[in-house]
Design a protein around this ligand. Structure first.
Ligand code: BG6
Length: 296
């Protein structure tokens, strides 16, 4: 069912009978809300977000495709996040269909204008699934539909903005001792030292070849987010902190305290698809009470 959201933009709402819910705007196929069974919002959405195409929505889960960041000739993070997607009215069923899973499929195909900036034909199918335990799964299937025999190459990220109570009290586990590229230092390569990651200033790092499970521990909320990913070897960690926050028109000056982006991504090694080939990239989000999740 399609609803009218902010500024009349259309959105789909998935609800579980236990009370959890997800909202997805067709603009950008962007998840903007994920609530648990108590109605608590788990994603960050900026109060200053535009909801005015062609600007992307600030918060939730933007899809970065076919280019992550400004690592190529396209606009930052590619164009998927500021295109209107369509809902597939008859999506293929799950291989093992279970009726207690709510899901919606959104599709993106390039317009003629798009092929002028990225000369390829593709079909992008994003499936958003709300599991019975309130977990949120995003599965992207991208198929090369070029008829000229040419392969194409892309980078990708689920640019997930998590809502946290106080960034100074947050720890990320699963990335310690890994190599990363530091976007704040000309993408030079470094190795993370020691313990879980904590935050006290701006961070913009691309962790390489990470484990498939990453945890964000929110001490104050006594909540741990668990990210599981498949087909997405890298993980971007971003918080703009105070100075950068002030320079962003669609982001409140103090909002950096209440958000953290941890993004399942394929950046270091771009994905290449030949005509007819399909790539699949998956991110699964769940929460557990903190006391159950110390360490891996
Ligand atoms: C992160 C990038 O993923 O997204 C940062 O690593 C960037 O460099 C941030 O600043 C936000 O990007 P944008 O285009 O949504 O402002």
């Amino acid at each position: 069912e399609i609803h009218k959201g902010i500024n009349g933009l259309e959105k789909v709402i998935l609800r579980d009978i236990r009370g959890s819910s997800v909202e997805i705007y067709l603009y950008g196929a962007q998840v903007t809300s994920w609530k648990n069974e108590h109605g608590e919002e788990l994603l960050f959405l900026s109060s200053k977000s535009n909801f005015k195409p062609p600007k992307p929505i600030r918060g939730g889960i933007p899809i970065c495709f076919p280019q992550f960041s400004n690592l190529g000739s396209l606009e930052a993070h590619g164009f998927a996040r500021n295109r209107f997607w369509v809902v597939d009215p008859s999506p293929p069923p799950f291989p093992t269909h279970s009726s207690n899973k709510k899901y919606v499929d959104l599709l993106l195909k390039p317009s003629e204008e798009d092929t002028k900036i990225w000369p390829h034909s593709f079909e992008f199918r994003l499936r958003v699934t709300l599991g019975p335990a309130g977990d949120l799964m995003l599965t992207s299937r991208i198929r090369n539909t070029n008829t000229d025999g040419k392969p194409f190459t892309f980078t990708f990220a689920y640019h997930t903005y998590f809502s946290v109570s106080d960034i100074s009290e947050v720890r990320v586990e699963g990335l310690e001792t890994l190599d990363y590229l530091d976007n704040l230092q000309n993408r030079q390569r470094f190795t993370e030292q020691g313990d879980a990651i904590t935050f006290e200033s701006e961070v913009d790092k691309i962790y390489l070849s990470t484990p498939t499970k990453i945890a964000i521990l929110d001490h104050e909320k006594k909540r741990t987010f668990v990210i599981r990913k498949d087909g997405l070897p890298d993980a971007v960690v971003w918080n703009p902190w105070d100075k950068k926050a002030k320079s962003m028109a669609d982001f409140g000056d103090d909002e950096y305290k209440h958000m953290l982006c941890v993004e399942a991504a394929a950046v270091e090694k771009p994905i290449t698809l030949k005509p007819g080939e399909e790539w699949r990239g998956r991110q699964e989000l769940s929460t557990v009470p903190s006391s159950y999740c110390s360490g891996q």
